[in-house]
Design a protein around this ligand. Structure first.
Ligand SMILES: Cc1cc2nc3c(=O)[nH]c(=O)nc-3n(C[C@H](O)[C@H](O)[C@H](O)COP(=O)(O)O)c2cc1C
Length: 406
């Protein structure tokens, strides 16, 4: 199979082998969990099933070619930010009250007016169809079944219409901006027509991961050709890999500025979400641009290494924004208690990236459903332990060692 070489923006690839056979519709629709085997009837070779989100890391590693697994799992350069995203949550302690009489918790909330059953959503993840044949279709269905929102990457390698047909659940579309304004405009119109309820603009661009360069991580030619056609480009079947690669390199806007929001407002009424804000100044600017929501994110440590953990920036951004825009957070969320801490510091909900990619590659839609189920159970447990009947009861009073404010 022909391949293209690694490129700056769409650092997608390897996967010349797709993983496993496509799931049957029945399997895809049921969300039957991967249940841990009863130890009594377990053969020595049997693997226990996952019981926490991070169990999917190893299950994913067993399923994927190494370059694909490393594409998902690694961070940029020395991976300082990647590690800190997780460590920063561990630095924050919990000090709950006792005898609060709370025995159950309501995890539901609203994001941009959309009611969701729990404050954990799926982050946009590129290349999903390389990690499992059902890709974003499986993620969107699992999100719908969990009563939450799926933010779909424009580089997931399934078309807008394919994802929309797969799930009638709430979906956002994350756009990497095509250079060609005509293509960009028609992409946005197709997102509207397909029933997506918001557009996410990712503004922290420029992935640079050593592992991907060592592995010469690349996208199969046919997948890249389909992807560029899905975006709205007309390309002949006969195009060579070299020409396709060159076309792809030139196809995307890699240096955007804030005026992108003006342009988008001129062509759509969909809510606009900016993803990748960490500083107070950028948060202020986002409010000035009237964005509907801000995702406090360092892109899961995949962009500029050395940036602080997202959770360490959350409270400052929340104070700056002061309720003028909804706030979400991603990067490093692995436990229900991480979700609780993010909400306590001002997020309305969180998004998960790698947990989605690991669980999808390990077990398709069922894996993603199970992963979301772990977050639900752990958050519910954490809320009950902290005496929170609903997400509105979650506050910074529950936290110890919160990140310093100066
Ligand atoms: C394999 C992979 C691909 C990603 N692709 C995109 C993408 O296409 N667009 C985007 O905005 N963010 C992308 N992200 C970043 C996620 O949306 C999210 O910000 C990040 O994964 C959150 O950190 P976490 O992985 O620790 O949950 C990607 C992340 C991963 C792991």
């Amino acid at each position: 199979m022909q391949r293209r070489s690694f490129t700056k923006l769409l650092a997608l690839g390897a996967g010349s082998q797709l993983i496993g056979e496509p799931e049957s519709d029945a399997a895809v629709e049921t969300d039957k969990p991967m249940t841990p085997k009863n130890s009594d009837d377990r053969k020595p070779s049997d693997q226990p099933g996952p019981v926490v989100v991070e169990d999917f890391i190893e299950l994913s590693r067993q399923k994927l070619p190494r370059p694909s697994w490393e594409y998902i799992s690694t961070g940029s350069e020395d991976q300082v930010t990647l590690a800190d995203n997780v460590d920063a949550f561990r630095r924050i302690g919990l000090l709950p009250p006792v005898l609060h009489g709370v025995g159950q918790a309501d995890l539901s909330t609203t994001v941009l007016g959309q009611k969701i059953d729990m404050p954990v959503m799926l982050a946009p993840v590129a290349g999903l169809r390389m990690f499992h044949p059902d890709g974003a279709l499986a993620s969107a269905r699992a999100a719908r079944n969990a009563g939450t929102i799926c933010a779909v990457s424009s580089s997931c390698f399934s078309s807008i219409e394919e994802v929309a047909a797969a799930s009638d659940g709430p979906k956002w579309f994350q756009v990497y901006m095509p250079q060609d304004k005509g293509v960009a405009r028609s992409l946005v119109k197709r997102v509207e027509a397909a029933g997506f309820s918001a557009i996410v603009i990712t503004v922290d661009l420029g992935e640079r991961k050593d592992a991907d360069r060592r592995n010469r991580f690349s996208v199969p030619h046919d997948m890249l050709l389909k992807h560029l056609r899905d975006i709205g480009h007309t390309l002949p079947d006969s195009i060579t890999t070299e020409k396709l690669d060159a076309f792809n390199q030139a196809a995307w806007q890699l240096s955007m500025s804030w005026d992108i929001f003006d342009w988008l407002r001129g062509i759509t009424n969909l809510p606009l979400i900016v993803k990748g804000v960490l500083t107070e100044a950028d948060a202020r600017r986002a409010v000035k641009e009237d964005v509907d929501a801000i995702v406090v994110s360092n892109h899961g440590g995949r962009r500029l290494d050395g940036m602080p953990a997202s959770i360490d920036r959350m409270q400052r951004v929340a104070e700056t924004v002061n309720g003028k825009s909804e706030l979400l957070l991603d990067s490093g969320i692995r436990r229900g208690t991480d979700v609780l801490k993010a909400l306590a510091l001002g997020a309305r909900a969180v998004l998960v990236g790698r947990p989605q990619a690991w669980s999808l590659s390990a077990a398709g839609q069922q894996g993603v459903s199970q992963m979301l189920g772990f977050f639900r159970e752990e958050l519910e447990n954490a809320m009950i332990s902290c005496g929170c009947r609903n997400v509105g009861d979650i506050s910074s009073n529950l936290l110890l060692n919160t990140p310093p404010m100066d």
